[in-house]
Write a protein that binds this ligand. Structure first.
Ligand SMILES: NC(=O)C1=CN([C@@H]2O[C@H](COP(=O)(O)OP(=O)(O)OC[C@H]3O[C@@H](n4cnc5c(N)ncnc54)[C@H](O)[C@@H]3O)[C@@H](O)[C@H]2O)C=CC1
Ligand SMILES: O=C(O)[C@@H]1CCC=N1
Length: 267
C-alpha cells in the first residue's frame, strides 16, 4: 500500500474517507494528510482523527503518494489549476467530485497523469461504504488494485466503466439520503402508533440494516425475500398494497433517475 494518502477537502465525504481508512488500519493516522481551506475544520480533524494537517494543497500534493480531491464540483477547477505543475507522473489522483469526468480532469491537469474517478458514499465513516471506481488509461492493473483496496477497506468497491458513474451517484452516492428519509418515515409511522421516538429509530434502523444484510448474504432476489415476509392474508401484504397504490417503486426509481441526471448536468 502507498505510504501516505492526502485528502484535499475535509468536509462530510473527505472526513468519512479519512475515518474509514484509519478505522480499517490501512494507513496509520499520521500517514493521512489533509488540507482544507477552513482552518477550524483542519484543527478539528487533527484533534478528532489524528490526521496530519498541511499548510496548503501544494504542500499536500508534494508530500502524498495518493491524493484524493474531495471538494465540491463547483470549486474543483479553482483548486486543481494552480496545482497543475505539482502533480507527479507516478502519483495517483483520485477525484470524488460529482459530475467531474476523467476527460475534464485531464484537461484541467494533464491526461498523462494517473487519474481516477470514484463515487463513494458517507457510510464509509462506519466501514460500510459503497464506491464505484473508474480509471484512465495511465492507471496500471496494480494501481487499480490499490484504489480498490483503499475503498474496499471501509466497505465495498467495484470497478465500473466511466459511463456508469452517473448511475452510481443516483444509486449509492446519493442513496443513503433516500434511505434516511425512508427510515425517518418508518419511525414516524410507529411514533404515530404510540412508540417512543428513540425506540422507533432503533427498530427502523435495525430493520433496514437486517433487510440489506439479507440481500447481501443470501444473494436471493429481493422479491423472493419480500415474499418470505408476506404471509397470505397477513399484515405485510396489506402494507405492500398501500405502497403499490402510491407508486412507491416508481417514485424511488424517479429519484434515482433525478440524481443521475443531475450528475450528468454537473459534468
Ligand atoms: N457528501 C456525500 O455524500 C458525497 C460527496 N461526494 C463528493 O465529495 C465532494 C465533497 O462533498 P462534501 O464532503 O459533501 O462537501 P463539504 O462541503 O462537506 O466539504 C467540502 C470541503 O471542501 C473544503 N474546501 C472548499 N474549498 C477548498 C479549497 N479551495 N481547498 C481546500 N478545501 C476546500 C470546504 O471547506 C469543505 O470542508 C463533492 O465533490 C461531492 O460531489 C461524493 C460522494 C458522496
Ligand atoms: O449531493 C451530492 O451532490 C453529493 C454527490 C453524491 C452524494 N452527495
Amino acid at each position: 500500500m502507498s505510504k501516505t494518502i492526502g485528502i484535499i477537502g475535509g468536509g462530510n465525504m473527505g472526513r468519512a474517507i479519512m475515518a474509514g481508512l484509519i478505522k480499517a488500519q490501512l494507513y496509520p493516522a499520521d500517514a493521512v494528510l489533509v488540507y482544507d481551506l477552513n482552518p477550524a475544520a483542519l484543527t478539528t480533524l487533527q484533534t478528532e482523527l489524528g490526521v496530519q494537517p498541511m499548510n496548503s494543497a501544494a504542500e499536500l500534493v508534494a508530500t502524498a503518494d495518493v491524493v484524493v480531491i474531495a471538494v465540491k464540483p463547483q470549486v474543483i477547477d479553482r483548486v486543481l489549476t494552480p496545482l497543475r505543475a505539482s502533480f507527479r507522473a507516478e502519483q495517483l489522483l483520485i477525484s470524488i467530485a460529482a459530475g467531474v469526468t476523467l476527460a475534464h480532469l485531464g484537461t484541467v491537469l494533464d491526461p498523462k497523469l494517473k487519474l481516477v474517478r470514484v463515487m463513494p458514499n458517507t457510510p464509509a465513516l462506519v466501514g460500510a461504504g459503497m464506491a464505484g471506481v473508474a480509471v484512465n488509461s495511465q492507471v496500471t492493473a496494480a494501481e487499480q488494485a490499490t484504489v480498490l483496496a483503499i475503498f474496499n477497506s471501509f466497505g465495498r468497491a467495484q470497478l465500473v466503466p466511466e459511463d456508469l458513474i452517473d448511475a452510481v451517484v443516483g444509486l449509492s452516492g446519493s442513496g443513503p439520503a433516500y434511505v434516511y428519509l425512508f427510515l425517518e418515515a418508518l419511525a414516524d409511522g410507529a411514533v404515530a402508533e404510540g412508540m417512543p421516538r428513540q425506540l422507533a429509530y432503533e427498530f427502523a434502523a435495525q430493520t433496514v440494516y437486517g433487510a440489506a444484510k439479507m440481500v447481501l448474504s443470501t444473494e436471493e432476489h429481493p422479491g423472493v425475500l419480500k415474499d418470505m415476509v408476506c404471509s397470505p392474508g397477513g399484515t405485510t401484504i396489506a402494507a405492500v398494497e398501500v405502497l403499490e397504490e402510491h407508486a412507491f417503486r416508481g417514485i424511488v426509481m424517479a429519484a434515482v433517475h433525478a440524481a443521475t441526471e443531475k450528475n450528468r448536468q454537473l459534468g
